[in-house]
Design a protein around this ligand. Structure first.
Ligand code: MN
Length: 285
């Protein structure tokens, strides 16, 4: 199931080129009293609400997908967790022992480690990226984004994937410079998530997905998630060994080679197989 949030916080199920409006499902969320639970209440209740969503689709009004303003499919994550560059470029023949090469990359990622972007940076594709500090280079990073479905603490490798609610396309936008990553990558709108959440049951093997990013129609990044160095279950184990993951938390799994600059007026098109495509306008803040 492809679940989106659109226009004025409406909830939809994507069906071909239409969105079935199932916003009525929100009436089935638990009544919350201050301060409420941590995390995204819709994602936390998604499994329980799925039969209700299916029931609503039978009589739901629909809107054209290309006429809807797509917001981030997750409204209230507690953390946007990010892996650094996490793809291994294929070795040229005779370039050395692939295993040594691979282990060196794993060691480097483990040393650099995961980092966080502020949740206030999160936007959907329709909101676009609003660049700041135009005197500096602003880069796109295409990433597979994993959305956590239930509270996860000290998760083991065998059970890690059972904590995944679904997948989206992520853009980890960055202003280049020497400041801490959490500062440079947390500018408002520098965490794009969309175009919807594809529930985990629809993507049984997220480790074999082609993905590409274009700027103004020109290919900048292309990769397959089979080349992830630290894979999705390992990322969940690693992250949850440091902090509890809450429903709606997002793991940006790291970008492949080909990151490059964007400028106001550019259009980013990002696609990940089994998820879809999203168009993200770039403007000046
Ligand atoms: Mn990144």
């Amino acid at each position: 199931m492809k679940i989106c949030r659109f226009d004025q916080n409406r909830i939809g199920v994507v069906d071909g080129d239409r969105i079935l409006d199932v916003t009525g499902v929100l009436e089935h969320l638990p009544a919350l009293s201050y301060p409420g639970p941590r995390g995204d209440v819709l994602i936390a209740n998604l499994e329980r609400l799925r039969p209700i969503i299916v029931e609503l689709t039978a009589t739901a009004p629909s809107v054209a997908l290309n006429a809807a303003n797509l917001l981030s499919p997750v409204a209230n994550p507690t953390k946007l967790i990010c892996a650094p560059v996490n793809y291994l470029k294929h070795l040229e023949e005779g370039e050395g022992d692939p295993e040594i090469h691979y282990n060196r990359h794993v060691a480097k990622i483990r040393e650099v480690a995961l980092f966080l972007k502020a949740t206030s940076a999160l936007v959907g594709p329709a909101e676009g990226v609003r660049l700041r500090h135009l005197d500096r280079r602003n880069d796109h990073e295409l990433e597979l984004a994993v959305v956590i479905g239930r509270t996860a603490d000290h998760v083991g490798l065998e059970e890690a994937m059972s904590y995944v609610a679904g997948y989206s396309i992520g853009l980890d936008m960055t202003v280049r410079g020497l400041e801490d990553r959490s500062f440079r990558k947390s500018i408002d709108s520098y965490a794009v998530l969309g175009p919807w959440l594809v529930t985990a049951d629809e993507i049984p093997n997220p480790g074999t997905l082609d993905m590409s990013l274009y700027v103004n129609g020109q290919l900048r990044q292309t990769a397959n998630t089979c080349d992830l160095i630290v894979n999705i279950p390992e990322l969940i184990v690693w992250a949850s060994s440091f902090y509890t993951l809450h429903p709606g938390d997002v793991i940006y799994t790291g970008t492949p080679e080909g990151v490059g600059p964007v400028e106001p007026g550019d259009t980013i098109d990002a696609e990940v197989a089994s998820i879809g495509t999203m168009r993200v306008p770039v403007t000046a803040a």
